[in-house]
Write a protein that binds this ligand. Sequence first.
Ligand code: SAM
Length: 186
Amino acid sequence: MDSLENLSKIYEKVYVLRLGHRPERDKRITTHVALVSRAFGANGFILEGICDNKVEESLIKASKSWGGKIDYMCNVNGKEFVKKWKEEGGEVINLTMYGLGVEDVIDKISSVPKKKLIIVGAEKVERFYYDNSDYNVAVGWQPHSEVAALAIFLDRLFKGRELLYNYRDAQYRIIPSKRGKKVERR
Ligand code: SAM
């Protein structure tokens, strides 16, 4: 395992489904959900019910410089997507503060090589997603953010390895430095 794109292949695919995006209110936060998906090793980002060019442009821009081809779909029917994912043998994980603790379920989730669909909401998440997910998972039982919940969940799923790798086709690579900014162009 030597590159970021290979991580999601452990599970065939790891996709993130973002529910309830409101373009006026959620532009930045949905963009951050998309960027965290890519940077933390997921290989698909799905926007339910709507398209938003700003979100797509940010993903394209990040991938152009820093590599990685994340699958992007928008205006998707979330419920149909979940049903199809399950019919195809995939697992569905809904991130919610009301779920079972991530520490208690992550070993079981990560030991199964099925493709994973990780759901994050914006405001209220419909009952359907609680009922049709294989796991409802809490990252602590405090209300916080879909960005934080997703980052921590992916980090646990990939056991921290996503922080060690770059994408193979990256144009730029950061040379870690104590101070300043060192970037290598490849
Ligand atoms: N009360 C909402 C709920 O159902 O969790 C909080 C909405 S929060 C603004 C938006 C999203 O952040 C939620 O749909 C969930 O995906 C995620 N989230 C927030 N806190 C979480 C937590 N403690 N554990 C897991 N996910 C969380």
